[in-house]
Design a protein around this ligand. Sequence first.
Ligand code: ADP
Ligand code: MG
Length: 262
Amino acid sequence: MAVESSVESQAAEIASSAPSLIEVRDVKKDYELGETRVHALRGVSVAISQGEFVAIMGASGSGKSTFMNILGCLDRPTSGKYLLDGVDVSELSKKELARIRNQKIGFVFQGFNLLARTTALENTELPMLYSRVSKAEREKRAREALALVGLDEREDHFPSQLSGGQQQRVAIARALANRPSLLLADEPTGNLDSRTSVEVMEIFQNLNAQGLTIVLVTHEPDIAQFAKREIFFRDGQIKRDQKIARSQSASEVLKTLPVIEE
Ligand code: ADP
Ligand code: MG
């Protein structure tokens, strides 16, 4: 009995010391497709605290991207509530959503989405064009972000002059430029070979160790093992949500993988 109550009080302590950055309550999302309705999310509830590193898994079509679009304020739920940093964002206008998105959220996608005729430095500066930051400050922050992903010596390179892994690192630097509190990544390693994928996960683990909250979609169980918590989607619902007991260290795994010349 004594043991049980101490576990309970520990859990309560952790819950109160780590406020929810994300709180999703019974969120549903329907898409209208001509005459039919697609139920992409069928009542999803989840809380994610500051400093968590969550992997979202599930078969194709299970609702992962729809969920990420809602977390990222790119789309609104059909019903239910979404609180981001204590603010109910489910009923904000498109303009207000865009502002919150720009201030609080960084995005990384499978396809890097860099501008082709634009250098690594300029790509990294892009999100800051929409915030009130001077040109000098933009460059300074972009350089810092590129240094964080180990690309400070490539700032004048164009995407075509960079490997896939380097392009994804520029995309991560761009996502960090506005100093977001949440990083969302949808299949960020989907176009990368296995060593490069682990290198990207090493960057994510370093950022998470510095306090950044990360939510990442992947269909690869090996990649999910670098996170601290896994949430499985099936048919628009959460089927399983568990702590990863033995989370892998990407730096350790990299020591065991051969280096491929770029
Ligand atoms: P996942 O990312 O897990 O593959 P999605 O969230 O993309 O799944 O899709 C969930 C369901 O919603 C699928 O049945 C998909 O076809 C449907 N869907 C997603 N986006 C749209 C859209 N814009 N219009 C209509 N249906 C959509
Ligand atoms: Mg998807």
